[in-house]
Each structure stands twice: as C-alpha cells, then as structure tokens.
Design a protein around this ligand. Structure first.
Ligand code: SF4
Ligand code: SF4
Ligand SMILES: [Zn+2]
Length: 143
C-alpha cells in the first residue's frame, strides 16, 4: 500500500451508517486526509460520483420509509442491494445485508457498538478500513 495521509476518527457514529448498510467509517474515501468524503449521509462535496448518484442512496423507498434503511422496504433485499452485497462479500469479506439485518434486529446503537469492536485494530486502536488488508495506521494485518 502507498503512503496514504489519513485521519483518525474518534469513534464510529450512527450517522455514518448508510441506507444500504455500509459503514462509511470503514471506507478509505472517508479515512484519507486529502479531500475526505463525509460519508453517504454527509454532504456531496468530496463524494465520488458513484456514491453521489447511487441508486440505493437515492431510492424513493428510502425516502418513503421511516428508518432511513433498506431493511424496511418491501423489496428488501432488492437486486441492486444484492449486487452491492455480493461485491463486498466477495472482495472485502463484509455483508451489507447482514449489517441491515443486525440493525433491524438489535437497533442502530447496538450495531454501532458492534462495529466499533469489530473494526478496531487490536494493535493501535485505529479503525480498520474495509478496503485495505492491513491497518492504515500501524500496518497490523486484519483479523
Ligand atoms: S466514498 Fe461512498 S462508501 Fe465511501 S465514505 Fe463516501 S459515501 Fe461512504
Ligand atoms: S432494498 Fe428497497 S429501499 Fe433499498 S434500494 Fe432496494 S428498493 Fe430501494
Ligand atoms: Zn493499527
């Protein structure tokens, strides 16, 4: 991995969990120092276009629901979400659909606490990026 200037988030917070179940705190786009993305629910200034125009984020069913998450939708998990989930499961070992089921069952705060523990580097306490094989702060390998 090249040297990435990075930020050090104090904690994972509920507003960083996207409608699709992605925890944006884990995204390298959020953790980088230069022009960091504010997360799916944040402003679009530094958001890559594929996330700004995302059909899940902009889905009418999300706006129509109360929770702000896909799990509430009658079509859940729709083909778009299943596609995204498959890509992340295969490439990054993480499932958005599993995240959403966890939120539906235990609530958002419990999920955030779970994420905090799951993605905390055991060596340095930093957040492990889902997009990297090792901790971007100390280099410790995942797992
Ligand atoms: S780039 Fe996309 S996935 Fe990453 S933090 Fe921004 S909105 Fe979230
Ligand atoms: S699961 Fe429902 S709310 Fe989520 S993107 Fe698909 S259709 Fe929209
Ligand atoms: Zn570390």
């Amino acid at each position: 991995m090249g040297a990435v200037e990075k930020r050090y988030p104090a904690a994972i917070t509920p507003d960083m969990i996207a409608a699709c179940g992605m925890d944006c705190t884990l995204c390298i786009g959020y953790l980088r120092e230069r022009k960091p993305c504010a997360g799916c629910r944040g402003d679009d200034a530094n958001k890559p276009s594929h996330c700004a125009v995302c059909v899940i984020k902009n889905c009418d069913q999300i706006a129509a629901g109360e929770s702000g998450f896909c799990y509430e939708c009658a079509k859940f998990p729709c083909s778009r979400l299943r596609q995204l989930d498959k890509r992340y499961r295969t490439k990054y070992g993480m499932s958005m659909i599993e995240n959403l089921e966890r939120i539906r069952e235990g609530g958002l705060d419990a999920f955030v606490a779970f994420e905090q523990e799951r993605w905390e580097c055991s060596e340095c306490g930093g957040v492990i990026s889902v997009h990297r094989d090792a901790c971007i702060y100390c280099g410790a390998t995942k797992g």
